[in-house]
Ligand binder design. Structure first.
Ligand code: NAD
Ligand code: TYD
Length: 355
């Protein structure tokens, strides 16, 4: 494999994948991203001047633009991460989730299949479409048990229902057209460059500013946390060695209640940012999320057994790294909190409409 087309490469996980490919491999990367509020080119500042990196400001719902991108770049593989990703936004405004996650995935599948059909036999046989999805498609667990790859889908939120739909489309494109796909379903990620609407970065930045730390309901919902660079390493392994048509669950064996997560962040901040300690005095219980899933927990045995993957970080080491990153990366944090990170989009849209 030489050139990977990554969709959503300006997002939280996509940017970790792109940075890893540029820094740790000799692959070239084409980043296809619409730059919604969640896309941030500042997350790619360390690699954006590399000659193996190329950015395409494109919406995955735009079929004509996708045809152009495939024709110009002739990728050897696709990693599809572009999505609307925040559950709370999917509850207040599901339309964008249906559009990008379902219609966008369909449009991308067709552009990629068209490209694959035109490849010579050798390149056609090694081409891969890697669909990146979530464990939320399996629904909510009770007190025991884990999500396994053969579990039925029971998505509960507009977000997880839209991701489940996209997983089914990808599966059908393999079954019907023989299109070479692999799918991964991952648990909650955390780490640097995470947009501060999600629990962990929101709590870190609110605590540092002395603002309330909102906990939905009783704080007893459980998530299974994975450090984002561990996820990116797993994705690369699945892209390179995953079996076509298979799905792989990816998780960190790190189940925590939301209250445990928030308390852990507060303890690290009490040590690293003693002004304002104890930070847990800011914890505020707020109205629960409608339809809030109680527990997610991944059985990650398949990817460990078949591909030899295991995470390098445990929750304590990963969370400490994450808090330290937010305390020391003022430029990125200021860019996001001030809205300055959208400057590139505003300038380029303005230039385009003026042209
Ligand atoms: P994110 O919201 O941080 O980034 C999404 C990226 O997609 C952004 O750069 C955005 O600009 C881009 N995008 C959105 N709509 C687009 C469109 N129509 N065309 C082109 N680009 C578009 O998301 P993330 O947390 O990095 O998640 C990446 C993928 O991983 C998603 O598919 C998500 O469902 C999945 N996932 C996320 C998690 C998690 O904990 N964050 C866990 C499991 C799976
Ligand atoms: P989130 O980071 O939005 O991820 P997801 O909904 O995909 O799991 O939320 C993680 C957990 O934290 C989830 O159970 C909802 C909860 N939560 C809060 O308690 N307060 C908050 O302000 C947010 C954003 C989330």
């Amino acid at each position: 494999m030489k050139k990977i087309l990554v969709t959503g490469g300006a997002g939280f996980i996509g940017s970790a994948v792109v940075r890893q490919f540029i820094n740790d491999t000799d692959y070239a990367v084409v980043n296809v991203d619409k730059l919604t509020y969640a896309g941030n080119l500042q997350s790619l500042a360390s690699v954006s001047n590399n000659p193996r990196y190329h950015f395409e400001h494109v919406d995955i719902c735009d079929a004509a633009e996708l045809v152009r991108v495939f024709r110009e770049h002739q990728p050897d593989a696709v990693m599809h991460l572009a999505a609307e990703s925040h559950v709370d936004r999917s509850i207040s405004g599901p339309a964008a989730f249906i559009q990008t996650n379902i219609v966008g995935t369909y449009t991308l599948l067709e552009a990629a299949r068209n490209h694959w059909n035109g490849l010579d036999a050798k390149r056609k046989s090694t081409f891969r479409f890697h669909h990146i999805s979530t464990d939320e498609v399996y629904g909510s667990l009770g007190e025991t048990g884990f999500f396994t790859e053969d579990m039925p889908y029971e998505p509960n939120s507009p977000y997880s229902a839209s991701k489940a739909s996209s997983d089914h489309l990808v599966r059908a494109w393999h079954h019907t057209y023989g299109f070479p796909v692999v799918t991964t379903n991952c648990s909650n990620n955390y780490g640097p460059y995470h947009f501060p609407e999600k629990l962990i970065p929101l709590v870190i930045l609110n605590a540092v500013s002395g603002n309330p730390l909102p906990i939905y309901g009783k704080g007893d919902n459980i998530r299974d946390w994975l450090y984002v660079d561990d996820h990116a390493r797993a994705l690369r392994l699945v892209l390179e060695r995953g079996k076509l048509g298979e799905t792989y669950n990816i998780g960190g064996w790190n189940e925590k209640t939301n209250l445990q997560v928030v308390q852990a962040i507060c303890s690290i901040l009490d040590e690293l940012h003693p002004q304002g300690a104890p930070h847990n005095k800011l914890i505020t219980y707020v109205t629960d999320r409608p339809g809030h899933d109680q527990r997610y927990a991944i059985d990650a045995n398949k990817i460990a057994r078949d591909l030899g993957w295991k995470p390098q970080e445990n929750f304590e080491s990963g969370l400490r790294k994450t808090v330290e990153w937010y305390l020391t990366n003022d430029v990125w944090v200021q860019g996001v909190t001030s809205g300055e990170y959208q400057h590139w989009v505003q300038t380029n849209y303005t230039n385009r409409s003026a042209a």
